[in-house]
Design a protein around this ligand. Structure first.
Ligand code: ATP
Ligand code: BTN
Length: 285
């Protein structure tokens, strides 16, 4: 079982910029294409890409591994990375304000989901960084940034997608899903890698060209928990969206019964939640 560089290059070469993006997006980042580095095993593709960046690697450098011994998830969690899965990291030089760090995850998730949905694979997005299929976790995105002052100088966007590898209980792999549904969709790990890069490029260029406000309505259509109930600090609320800086918007219900000294709670109020402060779970998808 492998990840063949020539096959991946062929798969990347088979899509033209006009395919999905429209050629007008080509000048909005990642202009010089990809420089691919494939390894049999790494601790973490994100970590190895940072090492390459420190040694001078430029935007568009991509690191892939057939397996990872220390795949990183968010908040120090582990990403299970046995052979058969996609483990890919892409280097960006965004020069964005630090307040937009979350948007790199958001536009990557949206781009990948859009490209896969274009092939009739019904991917949804669980805020902030999960790719969901059939109510289970297909993949995740981990974006890491380095700053210069208050700007993001470089970023590594790491994507893990389950292809043929075994998965944890709430996980799913794409190959089994496509076989069960008799869908063509994606034929190989190399094609999945090419589509993932295509989606990341599309999402990133779209964001650079049109801005996050333009991308959000389409992103929200793919969000698993939109309109669902969430409990925040003991108060029930409804998830109503995602802000232009990537926080989850929740409209809290008025407190019932209202107490005299909490009169402001009698009215619905909107709050913004940072990633990591609420776990939406997979139970109610
Ligand atoms: N290959 C895999 N496929 C599916 N899920 C995995 C895989 N490897 C690890 N996980 C799960 O993903 C979690 C890390 O992802 P993440 O940090 O996004 O958390 P989450 O459970 O999806 O919730 P949230 O994103 O809301 O915090 C791990 O704690 C583990 O439960
Ligand atoms: O859901 C998550 O918490 C994010 C998982 C991100 C996993 C990918 S696999 C490729 C890249 N290298 C890593 O160590 N992590 C990301």
């Amino acid at each position: 079982m492998g990840l063949d560089k020539q096959e991946l290059e062929r798969a990347i070469a088979s899509w033209s910029p006009e395919d999905l993006f429209g050629s007008t997006l080509c000048e909005y980042g990642l202009e010089s294409g990809f420089s691919l580095h494939i390894f049999p095993e790494l601790v973490s593709t994100n970590q190895s890409l940072w090492n390459l960046i420190e040694a001078g690697a430029t935007e568009g450098t991509v690191v892939l591994a057939r397996r990872q011994s220390g795949g990183r998830g968010q908040w120090g969690r582990q990403w299970r990375s046995p052979e058969g899965g996609l483990y890919l990291s892409l280097a960006l030089r965004p020069d964005l304000p630090v307040t937009q760090a979350q948007i790199l995850t958001l536009c990557s998730a949206w781009g990948i989901a859009t490209v896969l949905r274009d092939r009739d694979i019904p991917i949804a997005i669980k805020w902030p960084n999960d790719l969901v299929l059939d109510r289970r976790k297909l993949g995740g995105i981990l974006t890491e940034t380095r700053l210069e002052g208050d700007r993001i100088h470089s970023a590594v966007v790491g994507v893990g997608i389950n292809w043929t590898n075994p998965v944890p209980d709430h996980g799913i792999n794409l190959h089994s899903f496509l076989s069960q549904k008799a869908l063509p969709g994606v034929a190989s790990l190399e094609q999945l890698a090419a589509l993932t890069l295509q989606g990341m490029t599309y999402g990133y260029r779209y964001f650079r060209r049109y801005g996050v406000e333009h991308l959000l309505p389409s992103y929200l259509k793919l969000l698993t928990h939109l309109g669902r109930q969430a409990i925040v600090e003991g108060r029930p609320g409804i998830i109503t969206g995602v802000s232009p800086t990537g926080q989850l918007q929740v409209t809290l219900s008025p407190t019932d019964p209202p107490s005299e000294n909490r009169s402001r709670d009698r009215h619905p109020s909107e709050i913004l939640l940072q990633p990591g402060t609420i776990n939406l779970g997979y139970e109610n998808l």
